[in-house]
Design a binder for this molecule. Structure first.
Ligand code: DGL
Length: 269
């Protein structure tokens, strides 16, 4: 048993999709969440920049004494996993792409999988490789969605927001045309605008939430290491962001369904 907190990071609000799943599945686990809002969006950055930012984030969480790190950011997972694993040989460090690809391979009936992700995730080809390993006959139609993260980070998440509606319509059109039956929300921000995506795509395709999918893998890893929290009471929760605390607290509280104001600190990275 290990009552130390789990460290979780993303470029901003997106990793809260993993937090919500973790808090529901394992309320006794404590966690520290870092949203590097000062440097968001990550999706437009180069692999070299992403390695440096990912190293910065794992270093921040490590210094606070975490027992494991969940990289709740597809863009970091796709571009910097090797760096993070090499930097932290003594700590379990898990990404989101493997679990999401597994869930998509299990969900698809037709083998036509859609991927909505950031430009840097799409450019990496990481999802195509992960899906090909699990379902060699499946096809992946990938669309980069650069407008979505800035909209989420500025709190424009209503399915009635005209800019969000227009962006989502344009990004989902190629997936509808390709007849995808399963769509990987391959950026942890996207489940926050799930309603807009569902409205654009209709009830047909299954949506794979990459942040939520990774929580099962994280808890299994902790169980294998006998490192689950032993307490029966709720774990402690702390949030850090590196810019825009007010918006982070407002959008984050609305998404999680509890007020994170007293638990959120602004930090300089
Ligand atoms: N939420 C992150 C991801 O899953 C990063 C998005 C961004 O900052 O562009 O890729």
């Amino acid at each position: 048993m290990d009552d130390r907190p789990i460290g979780i990071f993303d470029s901003g609000l997106g990793g809260l999709t993993a937090v919500r799943a973790l808090a529901a599945a394992a309320p006794g686990e404590s966690f520290l969440y870092l949203g590097d809002t000062a440097h968001a969006p990550y999706g437009e950055k180069t692999p070299t920049q992403l390695r440096a930012l990912s190293r910065q984030n794992t270093g921040f969480l490590r210094a606070l004494g975490v027992k494991a790190i969940l990289v709740a950011c597809n863009t970091s997972t796709a571009n910097a996993m090797d760096t993070m694993l090499a930097d932290n040989p003594d700590l379990p460090v898990l990404g989101v792409i493997g679990p999401a690809a597994e869930a998509a391979a299990a969900a698809t009936g037709t083998g036509r999988i859609g991927l909505l992700a950031t430009a840097a995730t799409v450019a990496s080809g990481a999802y195509e490789r992960a899906v090909r390993r699990l379902a060699p006959e499946a096809s992946v139609t990938a669309v980069a969605c650069p407008k979505l993260v800035p909209l989420v980070e500025s709190g424009r998440v209503s399915p009635d927001d005209p800019d969000l509606t227009a962006a989502v319509a344009a990004y989902t059109a190629p997936l509808l045309a390709a007849g995808t039956d399963t769509v990987i929300l391959g950026c942890t921000h996207y489940p926050i605008v799930r309603d807009a995506l569902r409205r654009a795509m209709g009830p047909g395709p299954a949506f794979i939430d990459s942040g939520a999918a990774s929580v099962g893998a994280l808890l299994r890893t902790l169980e294998d290491l006998d490192a689950r929290a032993g307490r029966k009471t709720p774990g402690s929760r702390r949030f850090f962001c590196s810019a825009g605390r007010d918006t982070f607290v407002k959008v984050g509280s609305a998404f999680l369904g509890w007020d994170i104001s007293a638990q959120t600190e602004l930090v300089t990275l």
